[in-house]
Design a protein around this ligand. Structure first.
Ligand code: NAD
Ligand code: UDP
Length: 317
């Protein structure tokens, strides 16, 4: 296949590029580096099957030659990033998705949208299954991301129904792994880098809110299976093993940061209080379920951050 991946220089996008190259496909990566980094894709440039284009997908996208599939992963994803870039986040979810769908239609390509568990907002149904419509505050600080993704799902389904476009929607739950930015503010990079620095771990609120963490190789496998399936409705991809944030902090201190303590910060507005994917659909239609235990995945991210820290002496800059 000849595959276009938007958000290629980001955390998930770069792992997807690696996976599609490893599977023998030609990959065109696209990114404007708003939250991603050239370092994530530098190792791919020696591969003749990899091509990179620096562009903002909210503008018209011109691609030479045929395309078989487009994976639309461009979007700030960490709460710190999308609150720093609220307009760009709305634009890439809305206008960017529109441009990508138009390109897919022109090329006759299959289009897979990276959606998110955030479409369920602060859920009243637990665990979250795909049939749940969610509880989102459109005007709160997280609304820029949640509503952009909800719109992206809506326009994707409109292209599917109206134009007959071949589309897929993956609702990704908290995924972690190497190449996350050390200080992107998401909880696993935050806690691991704090443990490495010997600082206290910043637990927001009491830490009774829950999340369920999927290691990047598991998430990528689920995405590839979804792309290759014929299922066109949204599919949850995530790890159902659920932790409170306090449990996560204690696990990380126990394993990597015995000199660190815990400091409580105010609970962020609209931060979902519970989150756990129901993955029955993914099991059924993709034959997929996650394999990597949290401790095993954390060890890999810890090593990744420790190397950065030892090289630079700091996580700043
Ligand atoms: P990331 O910030 O590491 O990657 C996003 C990439 O998109 C960055 O490289 C950024 O520069 C690029 N980008 C943003 N706007 C762009 C634009 N207008 N034009 C071109 N490139 C642009 O984040 P991530 O964690 O890798 O997330 C990737 C995708 O997966 C996002 O769409 C996100 O919503 C989705 N997702 C991720 C998770 C997760 O846990 N990591 C969970 C749910 C959904
Ligand atoms: N969190 C925390 N301390 C931090 C960063 C995050 O307690 O330093 C909490 C945050 O309030 C949320 C959970 O960890 O309840 C997951 O946050 P993250 O930003 O990783 O992802 P999201 O909220 O988008 O699931």
């Amino acid at each position: 296949m000849r595959v276009l991946i938007t958000g290629a220089a980001g955390f998930l996008g770069s792992h997807l590029c690696d996976r599609f190259l490893a599977d023998g496909h030609d990959v065109i990566g696209v990114d404007n580096f708003i939250t991603g980094s050239p370092e994530n894709i530098a190792h791919m440039f020696s591969n003749p099957r990899f091509q990179f284009l620096k562009l903002d997908v909210t503008n018209f996208i011109y691609i030479d030659g045929p395309l078989d599939a487009i994976l639309h992963f461009a979007s700030p994803a960490s709460p710190i990033d999308y609150q720093r870039y609220p307009i760009q986040t709305l634009k890439v979810g809305a206008m960017g998705t529109h441009k990508v769908l138009g390109l897919a239609k022109a090329k006759g390509a299959r289009m897979l949208l990276a959606s998110t568990s955030e479409v369920y907002g602060d859920p009243q149904v637990h665990p979250q299954e795909e049939t749940y419509w969610g509880q989102v505050n459109p005007i709160g600080p997280r609304g820029v991301y949640d509503e952009a993704k909800r719109y992206a799902e809506a326009i994707t389904m409109a292209y599917h129904r109206y134009h007959g476009l071949d589309t897929r929607i993956v609702r990704i739950f908290n995924t972690y792994g190497p190449r996350m930015k050390p200080k992107d503010g998401r909880v696993i990079p935050a806690f691991l880098t704090q443990a490495i620095e010997g600082r206290d771990l910043t637990v927001f609120g009491e830490g009774s809110q829950t999340r369920s963490f999927s290691f990047v190789t598991d998430t990528v496998e689920g995405i590839v299976r979804l792309l290759n399936s014929d299922y066109t409705g949204p599919v949850n991809i995530g790890n159902p093993r659920e932790y409170t944030i306090l449990q996560l902090a204690q696990l990380i201190i126990e394993r990597y940061g015995k000199t660190s303590g815990i400091v409580h910060h105010p609970y962020p507005q609209d931060d979902p209080k519970i989150r756990q994917p129901d993955i029955d659909l993914a099991r059924k239609v993709l034959g997929w379920e996650p394999k990597v235990e949290l401790e095993t995945g954390l060890d890999q991210v810890y090593e990744y951050f420790k190397q950065i820290y030892e090289k630079n002496g700091t996580f700043q800059g």
